[in-house]
Design a protein around this ligand. Sequence first.
Ligand SMILES: [Zn+2]
Length: 554
Amino acid sequence: MKQFLISFAFLLNVMAAYGQKEPVFTHADTLRGTLSAERKCYDVFFYDLHLTIKPDERSIAGYNVIGFKAVTTFSRMQVDLFKNMEVDSIMHGSSKLRYTRDGNAMFLQFPSQEVAGIKDSIKVFYHGFPRVAVNPPWDGGFVWSKDSTGKTWVGVACEGTGASLWWPCKDHLSDKPDSMRMSFDVPDSLICVSNGRLRSEKKLNNGFTRFTWFVSLPIINYDVTLNIADYAHIKDDYESGQDTLSLDYFVLKYHEKKARAYFERVKPMMACYEKYFGRYPFWKDGYKLVETNYWGMEHQSCVAYGNNYHLNNYGFDFIIVHESAHEWWGNNLSCSDEADMWLHESFATYAEALYLECTQGYKVSLDYLNMQRTGIENNYPIIGPYNVNFQGVDNDNDMYYKGAWVLHTFRHVLNNDSLFFSILKGLQEKFKYSSTNTADVVKYISKMAGKDYAPFFTQYLYHSSPPVFDYKVYTKNGVTMLTYRWQADVKGFTMPIKVTSSVRDGVNAYTSIYPTLEWQTITLGNVSPAQFSTDKDDFYTFLKDESESSKENK
Ligand SMILES: [Zn+2]
């Protein structure tokens, strides 16, 4: 009953925020997206996943051990596994646990109470034909294919859809295990690459080879992956300070020569990201690029690369630059609910512009940002409803392009680059290896900046429209006057913006003004009404020009 009430409240919120045409959430969305009592009661510290993968059958079979600490005393626990996967048994020590299934969730019943504070484990044996991705990586599942020489090539990407499409886990973003072992048996002659470091490779004398990988740092469920192909292994190093990071590239054998030269671009990118965001977060586990049969995904320390060695118009490889940025934004600092996915995507998208700023200068990065700006739609708030595993309306890119502009605008609101970048680095330290939310991130930013920026972020993230700079520019007694205010949804909204203070040789010089929701008037120096503008390269707002003989524009 409680769940029904929660769902109904969500529905009302969603209808209010999104109007009539938007998705209605189901019981399944709530099961998947809500931190229910049966999930809150335990904290996973270790997963130990063992699977045999049979590409010819498109099947997987094996078990996963879930090591957990009881947060509260409980006897019933939720574990997620897609309903098309068959459970053979769930073991607790030497005895079988009773369980029921409700769609893609399982509810396990312990014979006696799991007492708060204890550490325990269960082992789920299962098998089946995991969901096949229809449109990877946007739609999750396995990708079974052949390379161009006819050899088996397998990948899996499950962001959004969920890791529980292929392995049993607590499939909620809020809970990362401290470490994880992945052991995969794959047909001889193929190589299997997963996250972290390879612990062992062992021929099993049954036509299969076992590859055991280990991630020694917390990992978000959807980052866990496997890649099976006839790979060549290229080894390289990235040196930073006194330390060396191992770079490992697994590419289709016939791409080895091309990849060896092409992936040289990883090192300057690492240097840029370390400059802006701090040290690469997964040093112990290394950095890998693995050639995949889908476009790309930020799999932690095992980035999926399927961009066909393609440089964009700005001369960089979008997948390498974007997905690697997620090692900081998404994999190190992670969100604890899909609604806060901007913490991954807006920062990773702004990282693309920062990469250009680092390698080609600020002007080129502005050009790139302005190209992305044309894709902003403002149809929906960047942050949607919580607790229903909802990442946003299909094909809405505002979490990417508008999100990048929110961060770019915030940088210019601060008007202090050393503070801005120390905040980015600070966020990486403060939320290292953890899952967090918008409120805590904004609180941290405000503390670092010495000012409450909640109204700023609330307007840009929880409302579909950016703030509107409402103004009139006119001449009075031969002097140019500016009357202005913000129009915004958020009470108390205020932020500075830069406006023309003079024009020399056709180039605007800007000065900061501090509009609030109330009208203010100032005199503008040697600027005619026709010359007036706001600094559109550094601030993303709507403009409402109420001057005589003006027209509204964006
Ligand atoms: Zn992304």
